[in-house]
Design a protein around this ligand. Structure first.
Ligand SMILES: CC(C)(COP(=O)(O)OP(=O)(O)OC[C@H]1O[C@@H](n2cnc3c(N)ncnc32)[C@H](O)[C@@H]1OP(=O)(O)O)[C@@H](O)C(=O)NCCC(=O)NCCS
Length: 199
């Protein structure tokens, strides 16, 4: 078994730990106008309830948390609650890596559908979600407290039908080819469960 640090992909997605919270809070400040209080993460990590958090870390010359995400899992529905990547590490596939791993984890936990809210102005995040099959299904008026911007509701109706599985596998294979050897295994078994080829 080779050391993950020796693999060409220098990034790893893994569950967030209490020791990560200060680094996560620092990245979050660079991502959002209204970052969550670090205590929210600490409380959720201690409670081990329906909330799950992941980080993506860079594993060269020490370890650095460069992104994070979170989701709730309620009655088989995964609700993406947050996702952010350090500005200096954007455009490398790491937001996608986090989203793919989050969906893979949630499917392993028997999620069958997915939902989230996103600012109407946030076309970058909307493109990321659309790439993984999320479609706009509604709008929440004046949802955000800082500027009263509307939120779009985006959903994946079925994470488990054959069409979605094939899409998910194709996306993960292409992402792994982009990130380098070692990435696919770290996304999880759902990323390569079938026979779909890269594309
Ligand atoms: C949204 C965010 C997490 C994306 O992370 P990222 O690591 O830069 O994104 P990736 O490199 O993984 O790109 C994945 C996909 O996102 C979309 N995307 C990324 N950057 C984009 C850009 N500048 N313009 C349009 N789409 C873009 C594309 O669909 C892209 O797929 P592609 O590479 O095949 O075109 C990141 O921009 C971020 O942290 N933003 C601030 C926080 C935020 O808005 N979070 C979402 C809250 S709902």
């Amino acid at each position: 078994m080779c050391d993950p640090e020796d693999l060409p992909c220098p990034y790893r997605v893994r569950p967030m730990e209490l020791a990560d919270v200060d680094q996560v809070a620092a990245v979050e400040k660079l991502c959002f106008p209204l970052p969550w209080p670090p205590e929210t993460y600490r409380r959720d990590l201690r409670y081990h309830g329906n909330t799950h958090y992941l980080v993506v870390e860079r594993m060269r010359n020490g370890r650095q948390v460069v992104g994070f995400c979170g989701y709730w899992l309620i009655d088989g529905e995964v609700h993406v609650s947050t996702i952010g990547v350090h500005p200096e590490y954007r455009g490398l596939g790491l937001g996608e890596y986090l989203l793919a791993r989050m969906l893979s984890d949630a499917i392993e936990r028997h999620a069958t559908a997915a939902t989230l809210e996103v600012r109407v102005s946030n076309s970058v995040a909307q493109c990321l979600y659309a790439k993984y099959g999320f479609r706009v299904t509604g709008r929440r008026r004046r949802y955000y407290r800082d500027n009263h911007e509307d939120a779009l509701i985006m959903e994946v109706e079925s994470l488990t039908n054959d069409g979605y599985r094939a899409l998910f596998e194709r996306r993960c294979q292409a992402l792994a080819a982009r990130l380098g050897e070692g990435a696919l295994e770290r996304i999880g078994p759902r990323a390569s469960a079938g026979s779909a080829s890269a594309g």
